[in-house]
Design a protein around this ligand. Structure first.
Ligand SMILES: *Cc1c(COP(=O)(O)O)cnc(C)c1O
Length: 492
């Protein structure tokens, strides 16, 4: 199975080449020519390990990998780096199922895909006879950057460069990135927000002269953002796994429909849920939960995407985004794979910051429901869940829980619901402890973390211990206009 660009400029691209390229040459995103079905019924996945599930899902998309290649990638990714053998456990609390996606090395769900992406990429390079050094260029709203650096750290033949918004990530996230080890890891703060970082990275990708200069030095650019199918597809696996686990524990009957609620920023995680549905997992509604940057909520309500609004900084920084890249894939599919239409909408977005989709496209997206939660609701939600069940969730997960609670009371939809729990509360201890009305004192994050561990009864993850003791290794700051120069500096 091959891949095509959402903007029509590239077709017939093999999976491994699409992984290597990241973004299509015309600026579009790669989409499989046909959406594959699961190899088997959902109930056939009941007894399977996470690794086996991941393999069986990915083989449907990465068809030019041999079985051995793909199994090696899976085995190298989902191993003891995760602090639980089940990799993505489900916690039933307050009548919903929290799919904990934060048991990897950097305690956010980005580890689910970024643990495997380096292996997919190195394998893809070998398959395509690429001998150049692969330079991974990534914009982060906080979690991708650390997870990408952890994944690519000291992987032979790669360099990893991360840009993050200087005042747009949590203090813990910044510490995680600035203490990153490895001879091939580079990170710079930028004087702008996440959209500036993402746009800057896209511009560097689009600068042909720059890419040619790098090429002459034996360097090629690729991306670890969720625009890369090597990141998107591995995320499909945990929705299949979650459904199979619910069957296996008797929570669901064969064929029973569920809803999925996903705290959303760049629209990658929820798009993976949509792909799981298209593969045959009985998912009824896809609840797209936003924080106060509610551009997607408005989009699903009136069919108008409008980024012309203030960019707000919230307690869920990984969702502080007004330009959700992966939505382009949904637009393309909903327009019946019409690349001209997709390209036109993206041009409008570039020029006016706004576009409207037609009724046919909206019908196609009818299984999405957009909802948002304001900061006070998010805090109240963390507190209420803790008081009810003793379970502490992070602000991103709380956005989803708050949106789900409202959806359920508004619609009366009683279908069982899986909520993607995308970060460990330890990663956002100051906000979580504020929500729990715990004394923040001098705001020392490690004291807050100690206290969080006490009240939740959860031992602090290894990722916290790492940051406690590590020296700062990175201190680059660049202006948005200078990002290309910064890249060159890193690669000298
Ligand atoms: C990245 C991230 C999100 C948003 O995921 P998208 O795939 O960008 O929609 C939500 N929560 C956390 C903790 C994240 O790191």
């Amino acid at each position: 199975m091959n891949y095509q660009s959402t903007r029509g400029g590239e077709t017939g691209v093999s999976p491994s080449l699409a992984i290597l390229k990241g973004l299509a040459a015309d600026g579009g995103l790669f989409v499989p020519e046909e959406l594959p079905r699961l190899d088997g019924r959902p109930e056939d996945f009941r007894e399977l390990s996470y690794q086996e599930t991941a393999y069986r899902v990915m083989k449907q998309f990465f068809t030019d990998f041999t079985e051995e290649e793909l199994r090696c990638c899976v085995a190298a990714a989902y191993d003891g780096k995760f602090d639980t053998a089940s990799i993505a456990p489900l916690e039933k609390r307050d009548g919903c199922y929290f799919l904990e996606l934060f048991h990897g090395r950097t305690i956010a769900f980005k580890d689910m895909a970024l643990s495997i992406l380096p292996h997919l990429m190195v394998t893809s390079a070998r398959k395509n006879g690429v001998e150049d050094r692969i330079v991974i260029l990534t914009a982060t709203s906080g979690d991708t950057g650390k997870a990408a650096m952890a994944g690519f750290q000291d992987v032979p033949g790669t360099e990893i460069i991360v840009f993050y918004p200087k005042d747009g990530v949590s203090r813990f996230q910044e510490l995680q990135m600035r203490t990153q080890n490895g001879g091939n890891t580079h990170v710079s703060a930028i004087l702008g927000n996440f959209d500036d970082a993402q746009t800057g990275v896209k511009q560097i990708f689009g600068d042909k002269a720059f890419r040619e200069r790098l090429k002459r030095r034996g360097l090629i650019l690729s991306s670890a953002n969720s625009i890369n199918i090597g990141r998107l597809i591995p995320q499909v696996a945990y929705y299949v796994y979650a459904y199979a686990q619910l069957l296996s524990s008797g929570e669901l009957e064969n064929g029973e429909e569920i809803n999925v609620c996903v705290p959303t920023g760049n629209f990658g995680n929820i798009l993976a849920a949509k792909l799981a549905k298209e593969m045959g997992i009985p998912i009824a509604k896809l609840l797209c939960a936003s924080n106060e940057n509610r551009v997607l909520t408005d989009f699903f309500r009136d069919g108008i995407y409008d980024r012309n609004r203030p960019f707000l900084l919230t307690s869920s920084p990984s969702m502080d985004i007004l330009l959700s890249s992966n939505l382009e894939r949904l637009l393309y599919l909903s327009a019946g794979r019409n690349s001209e239409k997709t390209a036109a909408l993206m041009r409008e977005l570039g020029a006016e910051g706004r576009y409207r989709v037609d009724d046919r496209m909206r019908d196609f997206m009818g299984d999405f429901y957009g909802g948002c939660a304001a900061e006070p609701e998010v805090f109240a939600c963390i507190r209420a869940l803790y008081e009810k069940s003793g379970y502490v969730i992070d602000p991103h997960t709380a956005v989803a829980k708050a949106v789900y609670d409202r959806y359920r009371s508004e619609t009366g939809d009683r279908r069982k619901t899986v909520i993607a729990a995308t970060a460990s509360p330890f990663k956002f201890a100051p906000a979580v402890m504020q929500a729990l009305s715990e004394d923040c004192g001098d705001g020392d994050i490690f004291r807050l973390i100690d206290r969080l561990s006490e009240i939740s009864g959860v031992v602090e993850p290894e990722a916290v211990r790492e940051v406690r003791n590590a020296p700062l290794r990175h201190d680059t700051v660049s202006a948005v206009a200078e990002m290309e120069k910064t890249v060159e500096g890193f690669l000298r």
